[in-house]
Write a protein that binds this ligand. Sequence first.
Ligand SMILES: C[S@@+](CC[C@H](N)C(=O)[O-])C[C@H]1O[C@@H](n2cnc3c(N)ncnc32)[C@H](O)[C@@H]1O
Length: 238
Amino acid sequence: MERRKIGSGDAVQFYDSEAPRYDADYQQTVHHAEDRVMAGILRRMLRRRDVFVVMDVGCGTGKLIELTRINPCRYWGFDPASRMIAAHNRRYPRHRADCMQWRSLTGVDQFEFAVSLFGSLSHQADIWFALEMIRRKLLPGGRVLLMFYGHRSAGRPSFICGGQPVDTWTYDAETLRLELGVYFEDVRVRGLTLLSERMINLLPRWLAAAYLWLETQTLGRWFPDRAYALIVTGRRGE
Ligand SMILES: C[S@@+](CC[C@H](N)C(=O)[O-])C[C@H]1O[C@@H](n2cnc3c(N)ncnc32)[C@H](O)[C@@H]1O
């Protein structure tokens, strides 16, 4: 039970250099299938009547908007990499996204949902500070959906930081349950993508997406630590 550091180097600098290629780098069948699974989970959470204004943590080029088509007035994203934000602004000029460091994220806000997709928080050294900041930004009862890299991602062929010297921390489900349990209630962890991505890439796209959805609902819940990524959901107490 631990978090592990699997690289060292400036993640922001890395993503700034990666920004022009970032979206093109994630076009394999497995990435498409993961997007479909996350789109399904997000749409169900966003349909809830109590979810209105969403904070996108480490928003990158705007994956959350791509997956949910969320209305601009319900959205705010931030990311420390200025070129990722520039790409975000080009793709979705009506959705507000700011280049910002955690330490500038002061004050209390009225967000009802905080989302962090595909591992942005795995680049954050002081994860406890980040979780506390997210908690403060949420209304009582507000929800979180935060994705982290699992330990298995270290050997993932298409892992963007594979072979790259970038600060990255990987997690196991129990550590996340305990850490997030300090800040949020009703914390649940499930794994995304247990089957090898090479195998998934052999399937037709529609089948890969259907398989991955089923896997997330079953094996992903029972054996989260065999997955590349971990999806954590929870709620701020009253
Ligand atoms: C793998 S990308 C994911 C981006 C986006 N959420 C998505 O799903 O496409 C990781 C993002 O985390 C951002 N990032 C780097 N360090 C971070 C930190 N300490 N806190 C939050 N985000 C960070 C990077 O700039 C990059 O945009």
